[in-house]
Design a protein around this ligand. Sequence first.
Ligand SMILES: *Cc1c(COP(=O)(O)O)cnc(C)c1O
Ligand code: SF4
Length: 422
Amino acid sequence: MEKSPNEKLAITRPELPEDEEPPSKSSFIDEASLLDEYLKSRNDRDKSLTSERSLAFLQEFFPEASLKDWNNWHWQIKNSARSIQQLSRFISLSDNEVKPDGNNHSLPLRITPYYISLLDRMNADHPLRRSVVPVFDEFIVHPGENADPLSEEHDSPVENIVHRYPDRVLFLVTGFCSTYCRYCTRTRMVAKDKCHVGVKAWEAGLNYIQEHKEIRDVLVSGGDPFTMPDLHLEYLLSRLRSIPHVEIIRIGTKVPVVLPQRITRPLVNMLKKYHPLFLSIHFTHADELTPEVKEACEKLANAGIPLGSQTVLLKGINDQVPVMTNLMHALLRARVKPYYIYQCDPVLGSGHFRTSIKKGLEIMEGLRGHTSGYAVPTYVVDAPGGGGKIPLLPDYFLGHGEDGYAKLRNFENKEFQYPDFS
Ligand SMILES: *Cc1c(COP(=O)(O)O)cnc(C)c1O
Ligand code: SF4
């Protein structure tokens, strides 16, 4: 039944109760001052974030440098620590950390001042510190470890390409990172801490992708592609985009975490011209989600780039359910969808980082059902010898009963039956 306009009006304007005065003018909220306050807070939010921690670190260790220097990614790379001696200026090293210096270990040392500012100065067991500061254990080679555990060289048809899966390739475009993870799978790639191989070196890889029409997905990695100049990165993306059968491009990077200053407006504006573009960001611990990192992720997400995380399961760093849960929650708050948790690859000298597979399953069991499904990544073991990523999941399927019902268990370990008669 249609209502007449008058009836509607009557409904939206109720009578005031008899004993109540109409509200006085002063009890109305002052709209102008509310909006003023909002504008002020919005302007504060728009300012580029440099946390107080960063500022204090800058003033203590680089008194001559300005905030502008600190927020310049070239300055961060130029001033990264490259030896134990340089590192000892910033943190108090333990005996175990001091030993590697002077040895000819194949994985170089490099940590950006920004990331150093996140390390606990006194405690050598601090999770972030253990992931980037070399220790004596790196010289111990355990059974089953080798320099190229995933046999990437074997699956490489041309230089810098790993073609393991039917429809996608890994394209290793640089051997440089702004900060080296001590458990790096590509130690063989990054061993020289060399600046970029240069655009000419990609020609064979680009031709290979062009000639193989089955390749619909190119995963650009290294080293860290985001340590390259914008122009080189854009050249690469535009060459890949000009290949019609390349549907999606992915970039694997740790830069938003160790060098968030690199995520500039010009970079983001350039990247968004090459959609569909995905980003896989290497995160290790919730302590990495600083205001700077969150801002970098926000810029990337606002450019329409879907963000996923990759995390290596590391002993004493993130191998506890609450620690991993915190990381996954922090990632979702930063608009990053947890993608993979990797079992630590058996690269040379990585034994002190490795957990058992049982530990990985325990972490997965502790996530699924206990928190948002969006916070649950896939746990994979990259099979030594080039077998690719093998997903592992705790067993929730307990087989069939004699009655034909499937026996399943839920996250609380309660058993349920499903009529599995089809
Ligand atoms: C990890 C990887 C990929 C991508 O695997 P997804 O499961 O699709 O993310 C592709 N090629 C190689 C060689 C890899 O190691
Ligand atoms: S960012 Fe990746 S390639 Fe670079 S050191 Fe870490 S694991 Fe290795």
